[in-house]
Ligand binder design. Structure first.
Ligand code: HEC
Ligand code: HEC
Length: 291
C-alpha cells in the first residue's frame, strides 16, 4: 500500500467514526429519561409579605424571568434549525400554562430537582443552585408563583437542534440537564454560612465564573470567559458603585455592556442595595488565584 493510499483510508475511517459518534450524540437525548422523584412539600404561607418575598426570590435571586419571560408566561429563546426551537414553559395559570395544574409537590420537584410531572428532566434550568433554597424561601416563592395572573401562551416548545444536542449529550459544556447529574436522594444542604454566600449560590455565579469563582466559562455560544470575582480579581479594587453598575445595567467600568444572554443581569438588577453590598464584600474576600 502506498503511504498516500494508507493516509486516505485512515482519514476516511476517522471521518466515518466521527460521523457515527456525532449521529449517536445527536439522536439520543438525556431529556428522554424518566426520573422518579417524590420530594416533601414545603409549607406555603398566606400573608401578603410572603408574596413580596416570593417575588424577590423568583425575579432577583432565582432570575426565573430571564428564561420564562418578565411575566413568567414563557418566551422564545431560539428559533433556528441548528440551535432548535425553544420556547420556555408558561408558568401562569393561563391557557398553555402549568400554573393551574401544579401542586405544591410539583413545584418543589421542578425547582429543586429539575424534573416535571411526568418525570421528564429539564434542559438548561439551573436547579442545582435552586436546590439550596430554604423551605421558607421556596414556600414564599411558590406562594408568589401560585398567585401569578393568568396569561395565555400555548407556545411552549423544546425541540433542540443538532448543536445543543451534541453539546448536552457529550457533556462538553457542563451539565445542561442537571437532573441527570444530581443525586435526588441526597439530604437537604446545610444552611449557608452567610446571606451573601446563600445569594451567590442561588444566583449561580459559579456556573460561569468557575467553581471557586476565580474565573470560568459559561455555556452560551460566543460568550466571553466569566472573570475572576475573588480577592485576586480586578473587581477586588473597585468601589461598590462599579459592582452595582455591572449588576444593575450590565455596564462594565470600561463602558462596555454585557450581552444579557452571556450574564443574566436583567434578573440580578432587582437585587436590593443591601444584598448587593453583602455579595460584593463576600466575593472580594474569597481566596483568590494562586498562580
Ligand atoms: C436558564 C433558563 C431558566 C431559568 C433561569 C429558569 N428556568 Fe424554568 N425552565 C427552563 C426551561 C428551558 C424549561 C423547559 C425544560 C425542558 O422541558 O427540558 C423550564 C421548565 C420549568 C418548569 C416546568 C414546566 C412544565 O412544563 O412542567 C417550571 C415549573 C419552571 N421551569 C420553573 C422555574 C422557576 C420557578 C424558575 C426560577 C426560580 C425557573 N424556572 C428558572 C429554563 C429556565
Ligand atoms: C451565564 C453566565 C454568568 C452568570 C450566571 C454570572 N455571570 Fe458575571 N459575567 C459573565 C460574563 C461572560 C462576564 C464578562 C462579560 C464581558 O467581559 O463582556 C461577567 C462579568 C461579571 C462582572 C464584571 C467583572 C470584571 O472584572 O469585569 C461581575 C462583577 C460579575 N460578572 C458578577 C457576577 C455575579 C455576582 C454573579 C452571580 C450573582 C454572576 N456574575 C453570574 C457571565 C455570568
Amino acid at each position: 500500500m502506498t503511504p498516500l493510499k494508507f493516509l486516505a483510508i485512515t482519514a476516511t475511517s476517522l471521518l466515518l467514526v466521527a460521523i457515527i459518534v456525532l449521529a449517536i450524540f445527536a439522536s439520543y437525548s438525556p431529556r428522554d429519561q424518566v426520573f422518579d422523584v417524590n420530594p416533601d412539600p414545603v409549607p406555603i404561607p398566606d400573608d401578603a409579605d410572603a408574596l413580596a418575598r416570593g417575588w424577590y426570590m423568583a425575579h432577583a435571586v432565582g432570575v426565573c424571568g430571564v428564561c420564562h419571560g418578565p411575566d413568567l408566561a414563557g418566551q422564545t429563546m431560539s428559533e433556528s434549525v441548528i440551535w432548535g426551537y425553544i420556547t420556555t414553559p408558561n408558568l401562569t395559570p393561563g391557557e398553555g400554562g402549568i400554573g393551574g395544574e401544579y401542586t405544591v409537590v410539583d413545584w418543589v420537584r421542578a425547582v429543586r430537582h429539575g424534573v416535571g410531572r411526568e418525570g421528564n428532566p429539564f434542559a438548561f434550568m439551573p436547579v442545582d443552585h435552586y436546590f439550596h433554597m430554604t423551605d421558607e424561601d421556596l414556600g414564599d416563592m411558590i406562594a408568589y408563583l401560585k398567585s401569578l395572573p393568568a396569561v395565555d401562551n400555548e407556545g411552549a416548545r423544546m425541540d433542540l437542534g443538532i448543536i445543543p444536542r451534541i453539546i448536552i449529550n457529550s457533556g462538553i459544556k457542563g451539565d445542561l440537564v442537571r437532573a441527570e447529574k444530581m443525586d435526588h436522594t441526597r439530604p437537604r444542604p446545610e444552611p449557608a454560612a452567610s446571606r451573601a454566600e446563600y445569594l451567590v449560590t442561588l444566583g449561580g455565579c459559579d456556573f460561569c465564573h468557575g467553581p471557586t469563582l476565580t474565573g470560568g466559562q459559561g455555556p452560551e455560544p460566543g460568550a466571553p470567559p466569566g472573570p475572576d470575582l475573588t480577592s485576586s480579581s480586578a473587581m477586588a479594587q473597585w468601589p461598590l458603585e462599579d459592582f452595582e453598575q455591572v449588576m444593575r445595567t450590565g455596564t462594565l467600568p470600561t463602558g462596555e455592556v454585557i450581552n444579557p444572554f452571556f450574564m443574566p443581569w436583567q434578573g440580578y438588577q432587582h437585587l436590593s442595595d443591601e444584598d448587593l453590598a453583602l455579595m460584593f464584600d463576600y466575593l472580594r474576600a474569597l481566596p483568590g488565584r494562586t498562580d
